[in-house]
Every structure is written in structure tokens, then in C-alpha cells.
Write a protein that binds this ligand. Structure first.
Ligand SMILES: *Cc1c(COP(=O)(O)O)cnc(C)c1O
Length: 376
């Protein structure tokens, strides 16, 4: 059996190698390395794929979040609501911009922000909500939009882990995640569902005004060359990355289907193991694209399972070991009376298994049998 990896970027590359190499070579031959026509082409292709009016490519998913917040004309001390359980980018950019993070505990089933808890945290300083579609599953956007509309808040979806997932509204209408809020952001970091071969990101919006503003912000606040109307940043997607993304975007649905198939195989292997809770699907199967396949280990033995897997050379991930409220860099921004019972519980239960487009049935069987044998 092939060596089991957490992700298998090389195996995926080998299947599209000639196309990727050809497109990279084209960029080098034209020597249009920055803002070349290929970046525009990718922008248009992603707009079409998502059904969103504007895609603004940028350097990475963290920049995308920062630029989105910069576009909202917020003032120092304004409050931004986000989840307590995610990668650091969201809280990091909120703090960098001098804004106040208001952090919400999660839904224990999906690990996403719990909309039921948001209402109690809204003040007259609250200006925006950043829901993160964690592990590939869309948040409960219908409820989040309702709260946002009622309180005049802007919604920025962090779609870095869920590109290609479709959220289902209660009227059964489906919409691509990342096209639902006022703005959305994504990342093309290599291990993401649509990854390039370096760093990359994008901002998405249906608003002409916000798109105009953000196109300026990503380019030093220039709307006319060498005239700087506001303080911006330098955040670009380079042409070689755009060329690679153009090739890979054509396969994104197929790649996400592969992940969903792998998840179903894992699910059925674990169905009789009481101590394991497989990923909970909120609405329907299109709403989860399994950036991670994350189990909850219910009997307090997660760390023992970690040792077991390490001994058997099976890779795994603990996403995330701490909530933001416990991280050294941010904990002083939390008042002590705020409690995160769900995060505190879930952080000791989660374990993410190998999940990628190249996983074979045999590998999945080996991984799941190794886990099952631990509980028997
Ligand atoms: C990866 C990720 C980011 C950051 O993306 P980078 O391109 O690495 O800056 C932000 N949010 C979430 C949820 C992510 O998974």
C-alpha cells in the first residue's frame, strides 16, 4: 500500500502534470509575472464558477480578511463578531485593525459559530459578523443573515475551507458558500480544497461599491496610478499561481466529490463504534466539502488514540488544540466572565483523519480498521 499522507499534493499534481507544466511555461515565456492577463482570466473563471459578481484576487486568505474589514469603514473600537474555534486569521486581523473581537462559542455538532448565542452579544458598537465555514461545512447562514439584517451588520464569510460547498436555505434553495454574505474571503494555500503551489487568496462580493473599494485597497489605495486616495496594502496573486489555479478550478467539483466519497467510506466504517461521532451534516450532502474529516472521540480517550495512530504511522491533525480565549496572543482581549464550555469540551475530543483527493479505498480501510481496533 502507498504511504498514507494527511494530504497528497504530489499524487494530485502527477495526474494534471502536463497541463500545469504547460501553463506555468506559458507564463514564463510571456514574462508577465504580476497582474498578467492570466490573473484576470482566473478571476473571471472563479466568478463564473461561484456565480458571484466580483472576485478580487489577493496574496493570501489572511490578507483577504484584512482587506474586507478595511473596506467597511469601521472605527477603532468597533466590534466584530466571530467564532472562538478556527484558524487564527479572523481574530488576528480584527485585532490588527484596532477593532474589538466579540467571540462566540460554537455549535457542538458542526464546530461552526452558534447563531443562537450571537443575539446576546450585539451592542451599539457591533458592525460586522465573520462566520467561518469550518472544515468545509457552511454555517447556518439563514439565521446569521437574519440577525445581521435586523441589526444592520455586515457579513464577511470566511470561506477558506469551504470553496465549492452549497448552503441550503429552508425553502430548499441552494447557494454557493462565499456568495451569501456582503463579502467573502478565501485562501488558495496548497492544502486547501482549491490550492495553488504557493500562497494565494481572493475576496468575493456582489456589491459594485465594495468591489471598487477593495480593488483599490489591494493596490496601495490607488484608483489612478500613483494617486493614493486611501491607505491600502500590497496584496497580489501572481500569474504563475493564477495559471495553476485555472487548471485546478476545472477539477474542483471532482476533487470535492472525491473528498465526499472518502467521508462516506469513513462514516460507514465507524457506524457501530459508540465512542466515535462522525461529522454531523446540518442540511444536505452538498453543504460539506470536507476540507477536514473530523471525528469526535466521546470517551475521553482522544489523546490515547493519538498515541495509537502515531505508533502505527497514521497521520492525523488536531484542529484546533485551543480556543482563541486560551491563546497567549489574544487571551488578554477576553473578559474573564466569558465562558466557552463547548469549545473547551470539543478541543479535547476532535481528531482529523487523512483527507484528500488521492485517498484509496484500501487506505481508508486500513486507517479505519486501525482506529476501530483501538476501541475493541
Ligand atoms: C487557511 C485559512 C485562512 C488563512 O489563509 P492563508 O492563505 O493561509 O492566509 C483563514 N481562515 C481559515 C478558516 C483558514 O482555514
Amino acid at each position: 500500500m502507498k504511504k498514507i499522507n494527511m494530504v497528497d499534493l504530489n499524487g494530485q499534481y502527477r495526474k494534471i502534470r502536463w497541463q500545469v507544466n504547460r501553463e506555468i511555461k506559458k507564463v514564463i515565456n510571456t514574462s508577465s509575472f504580476v497582474n498578467g492577463p492570466i490573473v484576470k482570466e482566473f478571476q473571471n473563471n472563479l466568478q463564473e464558477y461561484l456565480g458571484v459578481k466580483h472576485v478580487i484576487p489577493c496574496a493570501n486568505g489572511t490578507d483577504a480578511l484584512q482587506i474586507a474589514l478595511m473596506a467597511l469603514n469601521l472605527e477603532r473600537g468597533d466590534e466584530v463578531i466571530t467564532t472562538n474555534f478556527s484558524f487564527a486569521s479572523t481574530i488576528e486581523v480584527i485585532l490588527l485593525l484596532g477593532l474589538k473581537p466579540v467571540v462566540i462559542d460554537i455549535d457542538p455538532r458542526t464546530f461552526n459559530i452558534n447563531p443562537d448565542l450571537i443575539k446576546h452579544k450585539i451592542s451599539n458598537k457591533t458592525k460586522a459578523i465573520i462566520p467561518v465555514h469550518l472544515f468545509g461545512q457552511s454555517c447556518r447562514m439563514e439565521e446569521i443573515l437574519e440577525i445581521a439584517n435586523k441589526n444592520n451588520l455586515q457579513v464577511i464569510e470566511d470561506n477558506a475551507q469551504a470553496l465549492g460547498s452549497k448552503y441550503k436555505f429552508s425553502n430548499s434553495q441552494k447557494q454557493m458558500s462565499g456568495t451569501i454574505g456582503d463579502i467573502a474571503t478565501t485562501s488558495f494555500y496548497p492544502t486547501k480544497n482549491l490550492g495553488c503551489y504557493g500562497d494565494g487568496g481572493a475576496i468575493l462580493t456582489n456589491s459594485d461599491n465594495l468591489a471598487y473599494k477593495m480593488r483599490g485597497i489591494v493596490n496601495h489605495g490607488m484608483y489612478e496610478r500613483y494617486y493614493h486616495d486611501e491607505i491600502g496594502v500590497n496584496s497580489r496573486l501572481d500569474s504563475i499561481q493564477a495559471a495553476i489555479l485555472n487548471v485546478k478550478l476545472k477539477y474542483l467539483d471532482k476533487y470535492n466529490n472525491r473528498r465526499q466519497e472518502a467521508a462516506l467510506l469513513y462514516n460507514s466504517a465507524f457506524q457501530n463504534i459508540q465512542q466515535i461521532e462522525v461529522p454531523f451534516i446540518e442540511s444536505d450532502s452538498d453543504s460539506h466539502v470536507y476540507h477536514q474529516y473530523t471525528l469526535k472521540i466521546k470517551n475521553g480517550k482522544r489523546d490515547k488514540l493519538v498515541d495509537h495512530l502515531s505508533k502505527k504511522n497514521i497521520p492525523f491533525g488536531i484542529f484546533y488544540p485551543l480556543g482563541f480565549h486560551e491563546q497567549k496572543a489574544y487571551k488578554q482581549d477576553f473578559s474573564s466572565d466569558i465562558d466557552f464550555p463547548v469549545t473547551n469540551n470539543v478541543k479535547n475530543q476532535v481528531i482529523s483523519l487523512p483527507m484528500h483527493t488521492e485517498l484509496t479505498k484500501k487506505q481508508i480501510k486500513f486507517i479505519s480498521n486501525t482506529i476501530i481496533s483501538f476501541f475493541e
